[in-house]
Design a protein around this ligand. Structure first.
Ligand SMILES: Cc1ncc(C[n+]2csc(CCOP(=O)(O)OP(=O)(O)O)c2C)c(N)n1
Ligand SMILES: [Mg+2]
Length: 626
């Protein structure tokens, strides 16, 4: 070993490298990796596992190890953590080879869709192939250099496989660049053959130097800004659609200043909800298929739509039916050129905060007509009354879900976080949740992945221990992935889990009915005498299940009991699950909007034929934005 090299295994070198990485934005420097989740098997126990042990013994803060229960759950926790930390800090995830690795593929897709940085370190089969096929190796007849880890390629923003120790420095540096680039970020995968992980090499010490990745705030090109200003100035009925990019850029103050000065109302996507407090005079709330009637009314007539940090999902545009004015034009502020170019918009490739500040300056002499400003306030006030009614339906014998959400909203503090991902609650929350803090609303609706809720809640609380975290999880999602409750208990990470039991898929049940499919396969029922799944309700006791995983559990029968239990859970020290049963057949207030889910064009069923006629009617309002 020469003076300026150090001999370590590839895994030891990677762990040491990761512990030395930092980000900087707005002059604030922090660790890029707050730790590493892992589940060990023969594909990583002797490599990354051994390296994490050595690191922990030398310095417990270097790269703290967290034990996951399911590899997918680890990635969800890492993604949620990164979202809370505005993408400046994240967690790494190490897995064994084969199933441990492919369990992370779903999490990778979720992170990439939501543009959240997560570093995935799946083990891989021997580079030398001396013992092939190894346990869990999928052999392909058409290529010796392919493993199951190639499934990460389409869902990762950067993928590399470290076949030889010499490749580690360039692979690791490329991985860090992508993780910390706001336009490129997402899942980054470094596949690590199990023999290579344990192989020693003489590393140049500079590899382990304290390294700072400066997270840029790209400024808008002056010509692009001028084009945007020109379009906005002509607007009579402009609308801002705030997406997740507003939160990632920490641009909420700049957004408030811009709309206060110009009077442009603000609608919010799922990821953008919280950009303005719900009672801000220019907040018209959720937009699109799960939107408020206020935002959707403003959207319908808008002549200029200013998208800020949004990827324009079908839920946001109501499958391209939300913006109905002939000649409606888009201005898209986005750090990613790919998103900025959507809907033939005027593209402003820039950081949201910087762009909003530049737009405010350039438009300082311009504002909307007072009447337009007032109309937004009036529509929003009407919707707020709708919310109040939905919060207080007094539905019997079982409460409506909207009442449960109302209680959670009332019991939670202004800075607390509500988290959800799939089922009927994301839509109801989007419409009904009164968000008071930019980070108070955390609904993963890019991948809308059942199973994100509890695992994601763990990540949120790890990122923000000073906030209470209210995890909203349906029985279907709970059954898919509840096991990170054990991790929360193990780490003393306190979650409040609201487990909403409605014996099946309320969301897909309603959707099924609307497409003429009669709620087929969406209820949790025994197979009955008819031979179909229409028998008694399954005797599943999810409260007992949660108890068995080590959580404290409170069972609420009525809404009053639920409120009392939730207050108790909020004030408790330990992770507490509040179990409540709701009526799955009470819908949330209507959005006056649409979502394109194609209905069978021919059918022997009356229900389907009727749904098809409705579908064709709604479909006629869909249009390209060119
Ligand atoms: C992993 C995954 N599988 C399937 C779906 C499709 N899906 C969306 S919501 C839903 C049902 C959710 O059931 P539950 O958690 O009980 O919520 P509810 O609909 O009853 O509110 C399903 C199957 C999904 N989003 N994610
Ligand atoms: Mg359910």
């Amino acid at each position: 070993m020469s003076a300026n090299t150090v001999r370590l295994t590839v895994a030891q070198a990677l762990v040491r490298f990761l512990a030395a990485q930092h980000t900087e934005r707005d002059g604030v420097e922090q660790r890029l990796f707050a730790g590493c989740f892992g589940i060990f098997g023969h594909g990583n126990v002797a490599g990354i596992g051994q390296a994490l042990l050595e690191a922990e013994l030398a310095d417990p803060q270097a790269l703290p190890y967290y034990q996951g229960r399911n590899e997918q759950g680890m990635v969800h926790a890492a993604a949620a953590f990164a979202r809370m930390r505005a993408r400046l800090t994240t967690l790494a995830c190490t897995s064994s080879i084969g199933p441990g690795a492919t369990n992370m593929v779903t999490g990778a897709a979720l992170a990439t869709i939501n543009r959240l940085p997560v570093l995935l370190l799946p083990g891989d089969v021997f580079a030398t192939r001396v013992a092939s096929p190894v346990l869990q190796e999928l052999e392909r007849l058409d290529g010796g250099d392919v493993s199951v880890n190639d499934a990460f390629r389409p869902v990762s923003k950067y993928f590399d496989r470290v076949w030889r120790p010499e490749q580690l420095p360039s692979a690791a540096l490329s991985a860090m660049r992508v993780l910390t680039d706001p336009a490129e970020t997402g899942a980054v995968t470094l596949a690590l053959p199990q023999d290579v992980q344990a192989e020693a090499w003489d590393w140049t010490v500079e590899l382990f130097a304290h390294r700072v990745w400066h997270v840029p705030r790209p400024v808008p090109e002056p010509a692009a800004l001028a084009r945007a200003v020109e379009v906005i100035q002509t607007a009579q009925r402009p609308l801002i659609v705030a997406g997740g990019g507003v939160a990632y850029s920490e641009a909420t103050t700049a957004l408030q200043a811009f709309c206060a000065a110009t009077g442009v109302p603000v609608a919010e996507t799922q990821a953008g909800k919280g950009s303005l407090p719900y009672d801000h005079p220019l907040a018209v709330g959720a937009i699109g298929a799960t939107g408020t009637t206020a935002a959707n009314a403003v959207a319908r007539d808008a002549d200029v739509v200013i998208g800020i940090g949004t990827r324009w999902s079908d839920f946001t545009t109501a499958s391209r039916s939300a913006f109905a004015a002939p000649g409606v034009r888009f201005v898209n502020v986005n750090v990613a050129a790919f998103d900025a170019a959507k809907h033939a918009g005027v593209s402003v490739v820039a950081d949201a905060r910087v762009a909003l500040e530049s737009l405010a300056e350039a438009l300082s002499a311009w504002s909307v007509q007072p009447g337009y400003r007032e109309q937004a306030g009036r529509l929003a006030a009407e919707w707020d009354q709708t919310v109040e009614r939905a919060y207080s339906l007094r539905h019997a014998p079982l409460p409506a879900q909207s009442e449960v959400l109302g209680v959670v909203n009332a019991v939670s503090g202004p800075r607390d976080v509500v988290i959800c991902a799939a089922g009927s609650m994301p839509g109801d929350l989007h419409k009904l949740w009164r968000t008071r803090d930019p980070k108070g609303y955390h609904v993963e609706y890019g991948y809308s992945c059942m199973g994100y809720e509890i695992a994601g809640g763990l990540g949120v609380k790890m990122a923000s221990p000073d906030r209470e975290v209210f995890v909203m999880v349906g029985d279907g999602s709970y059954l898919m992935m509840a096991q990170e409750l054990v991790t929360a208990v193990q780490e003393g990470v306190k979650l409040i889990v609201v487990l909403v039991q409605n014996h099946g898929f309320a969301s897909i049940g309603a959707l099924s009915e609307s497409v003429g499919a009669q709620r087929f396969g969406t209820r949790y029922r025994f197979r009955g005498e008819s031979g179909r799944l229409d028998g008694d309700v399954l005797p599943v006791d999810l409260a007992a299940n949660a108890e068995s995983l080590g959580a404290d559990v409170l069972r609420a029968g009525t809404l009053d009991e639920f409120r009392a239990a939730l207050i108790k859970a909020r004030d408790a020290e330990r992770t507490t699950v509040v179990h409540v049963e709701t009526d799955p057949l009470v819908p949330a207030p209507d959005s006056e909007s649409w979502w394109d889910v194609p209905v069978a064009e021919v059918s022997g069923l009356d229900s389907t034929r009727r749904a098809r006629a409705d579908y064709e009617n709604a479909k006629s309002s869909q249009r390209p934005y060119l």
